[in-house]
Write a protein that binds this ligand. Structure first.
Ligand code: PLP
Length: 391
């Protein structure tokens, strides 16, 4: 893996004024033994899955002179079957939509509902790509602050919705980088508020879309409800999901959206023609033939997360135990009082462990790896804490 260096953009190029000085987004892709920085599933596909993917891609290869199914109907049917199995919610094919990662789903939502004169509201700290989608679609990005424990401050959020009249309210559950789940009661209150608010910059009678980004939702504790359950009740609710995390398919770039048919039809207006390649569709369908294998490590990753959180809270830095944010995801935000978190990051990196400096000052984020990787992480962190403390 390599990083292309620096953003040396020649001054004679007519880069948009608001993009001058901007850097491409992304966590460092470094070639280190233990990568715990981008919330992937650390377990590679099983040989049987690899075999099916190769076979299904081979089967469609003779048709690659033709454009793929623009509406990706077979894949939408597979999303339907999967969600029925995973969450017990049965949606129609026209309530589902796929794209190249949930990054593209989110961008399409911003393209459809954001834009000049429109506002999108998030609840910080949250996923750092949202302001980029807003920037790229000329949407104003506003924030309502979360509680100190990173749970949604529903009063603040409702006040902000009434105040800024956003076209989109972006909630993340579990949230990144904190891992915090969103309580269904809080989501309902936001949805009810959205019904009563008229969107700034839109015609009369237009209400905000509430987007729930459920990229990590399969890691929630079993039995916890998901926003999918409210789709049939709220026409303005959009739920974004991905195959990148629990489903262990990040490299294939497949995300999807579950929402009312109306929302899906809005997104279809802004999508690129043939945005999902035939190879991507075939690979995703092949992976869905092996849903159980692909998800087989989720329960173990959940246990790893719970055990790691307990272990982290037993460690101390400068005489105080480390804190961990409540998490229902495959990562943990920890620390809370690191006075120089970059040093913690550097000392871990020196020991071959890559984590992420993200979120509020004083905290860092680690995602769950294999048992061996977590053992190396624990060993490296103990040393890093000791060394940084001594300085
Ligand atoms: C909260 C959240 N949403 C969406 C994504 C995008 O994931 P993908 O485009 O791989 O589906 C990420 C990736 O880290 C994320 O953390």
């Amino acid at each position: 893996m390599s990083e292309t260096s620096g953003n040396a953009i020649p001054a004679y190029l007519p880069l948009r004024n608001d993009l001058i000085g901007e850097e491409p987004y992304g966590a460092p892709q470094l070639d280190v033994p233990v990568c715990l920085n981008v919330n992937e599933n650390p377990y590679a596909p099983e040989p049987a899955v690899i075999e099916t993917i190769a076979q299904r891609v081979k089967e469609i290869a003779p048709t690659l002179n033709r454009y793929p199914d623009r509406e990706h109907i077979a894949l939408r049917q597979a999303f339907r079957d999967y969600l029925k199995k995973e969450s017990g919610v049965d949606l129609a094919v026209d309530q589902l939509w796929g794209a190249n990662g949930s990054n593209e789903i989110m961008l399409q939502l911003f393209q459809a509902f954001g834009g000049p004169g429109r506002i999108a509201l998030g609840c910080d700290p949250t996923y750092s790509m949202y302001p980029e989608y807003a920037r790229d679609t000329f949407t104003q990005w506003r924030l309502a602050h979360r509680n100190a424990d990173f749970s949604l401050n529903v009063e603040n959020t409702i006040e902000a919705i009434r105040d800024v009249k956003p076209a989109m309210i972006v909630l993340t559950s579990p949230n990144n980088p904190t891992g915090t789940p969103l309580a269904m009661d809080d989501l309902r209150r936001v949805l009810e508020t959205a019904k009563t608010v008229e969107v700034a910059g839109a015609a009369e009678g237009v209400h905000p879309v509430v987007v729930v980004d459920e990229a990590y939702v399969e890691f929630r504790d079993p039995g916890t409800p998901t926003a999918l359950e409210l789709i049939d009740e709220y026409g303005n609710l959009a739920v974004s999901r991905t195959m990148s995390k629990a489903f262990a398919f990040a490299g294939a770039r497949v995300g999807y959206l579950a929402a009312s048919k109306g929302i899906i039809d809005c997104v279809r207006i802004v999508r690129m023609p043939y945005h999902l390649s035939a190879v991507t569709q075939a690979a995703a369908l092949a992976a869905f033939e092996h849903t159980d294998e692909q998800l087989s490590r989720v329960a173990h990753l959940r246990e790893t997360r719970n055990a790691t959180a307990v272990w982290l809270r037993e460690q101390t830095y400068k005489g105080r135990p480390l804190e961990t944010a409540e998490t229902q995801s495959n990562f943990i935000l920890f620390g809370g009082h690191f006075d120089d978190r970059e040093r913690i990051f550097d000392e871990l990196l020196k020991r071959g462990v890559l984590i992420r400096v993200v979120g509020p000052d004083g905290w860092v984020r680690v995602c769950m790896g294999t048992d061996e990787e977590m053992a190396r992480f624990r060993e490296a962190l103990v040393e890093a804490l000791r060394i940084v403390e001594q300085d």
